[in-house]
Design a protein around this ligand. Structure first.
Ligand code: ADP
Length: 321
């Protein structure tokens, strides 16, 4: 009987998850596996809800954002008996390996589940937050960066016309990867990330200096994890001569057609994940390191904190004089 690979997409959705589902399914079939996709994240393992995936059922999805398997955050999976139920579902369906497509939270779920089952666990990092240790980039990050840059370029037009300061809040949860890269790409005057706390007075100083230099419009890119953007906008309005507006980009950053780069990364990660399964190597996470597709222990990927390159903030500062 053919061996079975299960797929689950979990946590926040990211553009390119569908490309990863497609690639795991097709590479898996090419290698002689059956593939099933659990629906709605870990909940699919709690309720034994899945669909059979064949090469034809994953046609026409490479260009679609979101995930055809749906996803959710599933607190019940973390509670007593959660991972045991998940392990029982894998046993019931003779699942030999589970490919988990998600962020570090989903990887922690996979790590706990792996302790209760013989099925191999392989993680594929997918989140727009780009905050998974062991991979320079996650599936969906490039798409989210490009989406945010496209919108902020439009905001820049109106900022210049009205000579206003715009604070633009981008996603990223508790981390500043998205804000940093977006900020660099839109030529932000200030980039605010949780990893580099800045006082209000410092931000006001930068914008006042800019105004004296004749730079009367400005874009401040703030990570959602930096703090309360609306309070920041109010305070900036009070303490500077300029008009200040706030734009929260929100969920638009999570959706949309994945960029070529997100699709490619999804396809290559998936291929490596199936290769690991073929080699019988579980408790691993695939990743991109210095341009190469690699893999590290799942535990490391799930538990370590990925560092943000703060040197880039200095570069951004020089680029915005
Ligand atoms: P992401 O994968 O995007 O980081 P979350 O942090 O919300 O998303 O994690 C996704 C899901 O993973 C959680 O809703 C929960 O079901 C599961 N999970 C996270 N940590 C654990 C854990 N320690 N044990 C079991 N399941 C967990």
């Amino acid at each position: 009987m053919a061996k079975t690979i299960g797929i689950v997409t979990s946590g926040g959705d990211a553009p390119g998850m569908n490309a990863a589902i497609r690639a795991v399914t097709r590479v898996g079939h090419s290698m002689g596996f059956q593939v099933i996709g659990f629906e709605r994240g870990w909940d699919g393992l709690l309720t034994n809800t899945f669909k059979k995936l064949i090469p034809r059922s994953v046609g026409g999805i490479i260009q679609l954002g979101g995930t055809m398997l749906h996803t959710l955050r599933c607190p019940a999976f973390e509670q007593a008996g959660g991972v045991e139920t998940g392990a029982e579902t894998l046993r019931l369906n003779n699942v030999d390996a589970l490919v988990v497509i998600g962020g570090d939270g989903s990887f922690r779920g996979a790590l706990e589940l792996g302790k209760k089952t013989d099925a191999l666990m392989v993680g594929i990092p997918a989140t727009i937050d780009n905050d998974v240790y062991g991979s320079d980039e996650t599936i969906g990050f490039d798409t989210a960066v490009n989406t945010a840059v496209g919108i902020i370029d439009k905001i820049r037009d109106t900022a210049i016309s009205h000579e206003r300061i715009f604070i633009v809040e981008v996603m990223g949860r508790k981390r500043g990867f998205l804000a940093l890269e977006v900020g660099m790409c839109v030529g932000a005057e200030v980039i605010l990330v949780p990893e580099n706390p800045l006082e209000l007075a410092e931000i006001v100083n930068i914008m006042d200096d800019n105004s004296k230099k004749g730079k009367r419009a400005g874009i401040i890119v703030a990570a959602e994890g930096f703090g309360d953007s609306s309070k920041l906008a109010q305070e900036m309005q009070r303490q500077t001569e300029s008009e200040v507006r706030l734009s929260i980009l929100g969920y638009a950053q999570r959706g949309g057609s994945p960029t070529a780069r997100s699709r490619l990364l999804a396809s290559l990660f998936a291929e490596r994940a199936v290769e690991l399964v073929c080699e019988g190597k579980g408790s691993m996470a695939v990743g991109l390191q210095k341009g190469a597709i690699t893999s590290i222990e799942l535990e490391k990927a799930a538990k370590n904190k990925k560092p943000l390159d703060l040197r880039l903030l200095k570069v951004a500062e020089m680029l915005s004089i």
